[in-house]
Design a protein around this ligand. Structure first.
Ligand code: 13P
Length: 254
């Protein structure tokens, strides 16, 4: 079993800060961590440098550090001002393409339809889609979490012939970011149970994200159906990320 532990820098860090982070991470991870697959999604400005530092030739299914982008367009090229295509991301070293984060759905007009197009483009180009899903506080309050998340994921994955590279990240909107609330393990259990039942054998892994901390990570990794963590703030300091990687290594029993 492999646990995926990743971070998105969101819109933080200068190139110098991202490179310093990658340098610490590279020397700490070395040839790899048994049973743990780390990944880092820096800002696009730092992607090429960070990827060159972290992405060694894979010697096993686990553990050099993968890098990726936080968003990409569905078209291969063209007049899409301000956008980055999947081939451009790959050219800069990306192996992972994050798709449908709730911040992009809320502020940049991403819909289930655009998410599905981006996911198909990512698979077409041989990269790993990291599909984010998650319900709002209102949906959770009326008991609709499982149905909402199942529909969101189905809208992106239904009908695709091979989804074995796909990573799912359950990120409840009510748990994400500085206005988010730390979840109790039992609050995320039902959605993870449903995602594992429906997609578990067919996708590469199902991750949890939203107010993960170095204190709650071990308990969240114990929730059945959680194959890893997708982390913002707690991993922006490289020491935090290294602590989370060590927590995952211990959770694998390695
Ligand atoms: P936080 O860990 O800062 O809540 O963010 C989670 C997230 O959105 C990861 O993409």
């Amino acid at each position: 079993m492999v646990l995926w532990i990743g971070t998105s820098f969101k819109m933080t860090k200068s190139r110098a800060e991202a490179v310093a982070y990658a340098a610490r991470l590279r020397s700490a991870v070395g040839a790899g961590i048994p049973g743990v697959q780390p990944f880092v999604l820096p800002s696009a400005t730092a992607l090429a440098e960070v990827s060159a530092m972290l992405t060694a030739p894979a010697v096993s299914p686990v553990s050099t550090v993968l890098t990726g982008v936080q968003n990409a367009h569905w078209a291969d090229a063209g007049a899409w001002t301000g956008e980055i295509s999947v081939p451009q991301a790959a050219d800069a070293g990306a192996r992972i393409v994050e798709i449908g984060h709730s911040e992009r759905r809320a502020h940049f007009g991403e819909t289930d339809a655009t998410v599905a197009r981006k996911l198909a483009a990512t698979l077409r180009h041989g990269l790993i889609p990291l599909l984010c899903c998650g319900e709002s506080a209102e949906v959770a309050a009326r008991g609709g979490s499982v149905a909402f998340v199942r529909a969101q994921v189905a809208a992106a994955l239904d009908g695709l012939p091979d989804i074995s590279r796909v990573l799912l990240a359950y990120e409840p909107v009510w748990a994400i970011g500085e206005h988010g609330r730390e979840p109790r393990a039992e609050e995320i259990a039902a959605v993870h149970r449903a995602l594992a039942a429906e997609w578990g054998g067919r996708v590469a892994a199902v991750l949890y994200g939203g107010s993960v901390t170095v204190r709650n990570a071990a308990a969240l990794l114990e929730v059945p159906g959680v194959d890893g963590l997708f982390v913002g703030r707690a991993a922006w300091d490289v020491d935090g990320f290294l602590t989370l990687l060590e927590t995952a290594r211990r959770a694998t029993g390695a």
